[in-house]
Every structure is written in C-alpha cells, then in structure tokens.
Design a protein around this ligand. Structure first.
Ligand code: GAP
Length: 448
C-alpha cells in the first residue's frame, strides 16, 4: 500500500511555506543538508518538547542530560563504533558513484551500469581534529549517537540525582553520520537530531521493560495524531542486530517511499557500561543498598530521530481536499505540534480594522504562538494557514468594530463561531483542551 502523498509534494510545501530549505541554497546547496525555516523550527521544537514532556518531565524515574558532541576518542573505541560502526561500500569503476552494497540489487552500478569494486567496510563517523595541530593524536569524532554521553555520565547522574533503579536518562541533541546514501529529504541526512532515552534496569527485568517501552513509544506517535494504520512494529532478525544489541524493535512508518524505520527500541544489555568500565578502569555498577546487591544494569534504549519524526508528522497530516469546488491543501497537525496556534486576520488592511486587529493580536500573543497577517485576500491567507497547519484563524471584520466580536474558524471542520473579544483567549484555550467547536448556536459555513 503506497503512502497517500508523494515526497515531492511534501518537499515543495516545505519550501513554499517555510518549513525546510536546502542548506546553503544560494551556493547551489550541500547534499543532504537542510535548514529549518520559520515554521519548520517551531514544528521541530514542538516535536522535541512533546518528547521531553512525556519522557522526562512527566516521570519521576527519568532525568535529562546535555552532553558534548565531541568526546574522548577512547569512548568510541570502547563503544565499538571505531571497529563496528560501518556499512559495506562499493564504488562504480566508471562514474565513481558510491553505494551501500547491501542497499542495491544486482552487481552493476544502478546509475550507469558500470562495474563495481569489491565491498569494503566504510566507517560512518565524521573525523575532525581538535586544537591547532593536525596530527593523529588530536583526532576526535563527531558523535554518531547521543547515547555514549549518557553512559559515560552514568555514575555522575546516579550520584547527583539520588534516584534508584530503574532510572532513565534522556537526551536530545545533534548526531552526525557520514551516510553513504543519504536521501529522501530529511529522512536520512548526515547531520540530524536524536531523542534518546537510556533506561537502566536490573538484569532479568530487561525483557519486561523492553515490551513496556516498545508500547509507550508506539503510542506516543498515535497520541500525537499519527494514524495507527500507518505505523507498525518490526522485530530485528538476529543477523541485523547492531553490535551492542540483544534485541531490538523498530517502529516503522509508511513514508512515501514505503515502510521505513522511524524509531528503534533496543535492549543493549550491559554492553556499554561493561565496555566503558573495562576501558576507563572506573567501576560502573549500581549498588542497591536496600537489597544488598551490586550489579551492572541492563539498558533499554528508545532512540528516535527528530527530523524523521518531523517528516512522519508532515506526511501523516497532509491532505488535499475539495471545498466548494476549490482544492484545499491542509496539514491536520496535532495542535501541540502546529507551528502557529492562532492566526489573527483582519478582513482587509484597513485603517479602521488595523488597530482592533493589533489589539486582538497583543491579547493572544502571551498565551499562544500567534501570527498576524493582513496582506493579500482573506481566502489566500486562510489557504496559507491551512497549509502550515494553524488550528484556529481569528477574523476581524467591520462588524467587529460595532459588536466587539470576532470570528474563529477551525482548520479541520472549517466551522466558524462568533465570540466576544473579551475573554477570547479563554475560549481558544478551552478549544485546545478539547471543548467541542459548537457552531450550531452561532453560525457555521460548513461542518464535516
Ligand atoms: N543509539 C541508537 C541509535 O542511534 P539508530 O537506529 O541508528 O539507533 C535511531 O538511530 C533513530 O535515529 C532512527 O530510528 C532514526 O529515526 C534516526 N536516524 C538514524 N540515522 C539517521 C540519519 N542518518 N538521518 C536522520 N535520522 C537518523
């Protein structure tokens, strides 16, 4: 079953409305690098906040962390990334394009049909040098996952947070991978953001906690509006497990190019803490004073990509429909993810309407991310707000000058209600909390 929207339409909407631009565009762009525009940055922040809220703030068994991108090179030797974080690479002898050997069919170059070299293992970590001297001793790596910053701080966090196990440590931050074949817009890039939780548990309880987190993470996407039929779980086969994993499930999403990984939830066992203890010489175990036990915890790791989640939310929310004979493109984003919550739209740019419309804008600003727009026709402005997923538009017309009331238009149903300006923010607040958008008592242009 193909996804309902082509990737081209998503890329074009993102460019047209300011979600995502090609990086360094005026210089011709840089392959697989993207910049988030004014509404894109809001969407991305909302995705991260939605994750942090349920994964860190709403739990008493999880704390947050923010570690550095560059770490001691010993970290990557211990974690296995120097030896094992590789993909098999083949190069075309004619056009010199490089491919991931496990991602192509046949033995010829998919681009020109040329002969391919034998596969060689290619390390995906970006190297750079620290300090003024460019020599081997100063080589450092840009982290390919945020997880290692958490493992090496395990002792610091347990001591300072005074928490007992099970204990989770969450982190959101940039990761870098020199992917051989990046692509599909922001799905696979060389620079991206991770949202990772390392959940430390007593050995023997790990399978139970893996099941728990697989369900939690699947449900997180559903609660944020992703259609259940576009999500599925897939357990990794033994031959595809990462070098550190005992078991792993992917939450997959039906992207425009087909079912693909959205998030991985892995049972990392005690691999990382044991490795870091061995290589650093520091003991990394947990002492349970009450039970009189000491052990190296196992780790369950839900690891999601911010950018990949943003793409899934965009694809899932996208709809083209016909309204009164006209085509409308709309993003049915969950209101907590919508970049702009309310748009204030005076019917026209008019010296009588502007002061009242500005007053309404000022009134709403402290409570909601609010946009003010008085250029072009009202129809075009509604269309723009629909395309960026704004849940509510507030329109100020000439009657508003008399009755001090405004019209609120709801994005999905297109129903409209007329309400007093006094207390407007409370009405909108109630709608965000789920109060019905009851147009029947006032007036409605259309109801689904
Ligand atoms: N610490 C475990 C880990 O990093 P992973 O399966 O390699 O596991 C987890 O990555 C998630 O990070 C993926 O499910 C995906 O959402 C995101 N991700 C990984 N590589 C990415 C890339 N090159 N571009 C965008 N997102 C990526």
């Amino acid at each position: 079953m193909p996804a309902k929207v082509d990737m081209d339409k998503i890329v074009s909407l993102c460019k047209r409305r300011g979600f995502v631009f090609p990086s360094s565009e005026i210089y011709g762009g840089l392959a697989s690098c993207w910049d988030y525009g004014p509404v894109g940055v809001e969407l991305k922040r909302n995705v991260k906040e939605a994750w942090w809220k349920v994964m860190v703030h709403e739990r008493d068994d999880v704390v947050g962390l923010d570690t550095s991108i560059m770490m001691h090179p010993g970290v990557w030797a211990a974690s296995g990334h120097i030896d094992s974080f590789t993909d098999p690479l083949v190069e075309c002898k004619s056009c010199h394009l490089r491919w991931r050997a496990d991602a192509i069919e046949g033995e010829k170059c998919p681009k020109c049909g040329g002969e391919l070299t034998e596969p060689r293992m290619f390390n995906l970590m970006f190297k750079t040098s620290m300090g003024p001297v460019e020599e081997e001793a100063s080589t450092v790596y840009l982290r390919p996952e945020t997880a290692q910053g958490i493992f090496v701080n395990f002792e610091n966090v347990v001591t300072t947070s005074r928490k007992k196990l099970p204990l989770g440590i969450g982190q959101i931050g940039k990761s870098f991978r020199n992917e051989i074949t990046p692509g599909n817009f922001i799905f696979r890039t060389r620079e991206f953001e991770h949202m990772e939780l390392e959940y430390f548990v007593k050995p023997g309880t790990d399978e139970k906690w893996l099941d728990y987190w697989v369900k939690e993470r699947f449900d997180w996407y559903v609660r944020l509006g992703v259609k259940k039929e576009n999500l599925r779980l897939r357990q990794h086969g033994k031959d595809e497990l990462a070098h550190y994993a005992k078991d792993c499930y992917d939450v997959e999403y039906l992207f425009p190019m087909g079912w693909s990984e959205l998030e991985g939830i892995a049972n990392r066992g005690d691999f990382d803490l044991t490795q870091h203890a061995k290589c650093s010489g520091k003991e990394l175990s947990y002492r349970d004073a009450e039970a009189g036990e000491k052990y190296v915890p196992y780790v369950i790791e839900p690891s999601a990509g911010v950018d990949r989640s943003v793409l899934a939310f965009l694809v899932d929310a996208y709809e083209e429909e016909e309204v009164e004979g006209e085509k409308r493109t709309v993003l049915h984003l969950h209101h907590s993810l919508a970049p702009i919550k309310v748009a204030v739209l005076p019917l026209s740019r008019n010296e009588k309407l502007t002061p009242l419309a500005k007053e309404v804008f000022k009134r709403l600003c402290p409570s909601f991310v609010t946009d003010y727009d008085d250029s072009q026709s009202i129809g075009r402005r509604y269309r723009r707000q629909d395309e960026i997923g704004t849940p509510f538009c507030v329109t100020i017309d000439f009657e508003s000058l008399e009755d001090k009331q405004v019209t609120i238009r709801e994005r999905d149903s297109l129903a409209q209600i007329r309400v007093p300006i006094e207390g407007l923010e409370k009405v909108i607040e109630a709608k965000f909390k789920g109060e019905a958008f009851d147009a029947s008592t006032l007036w409605a242009t259309r109801q689904k």
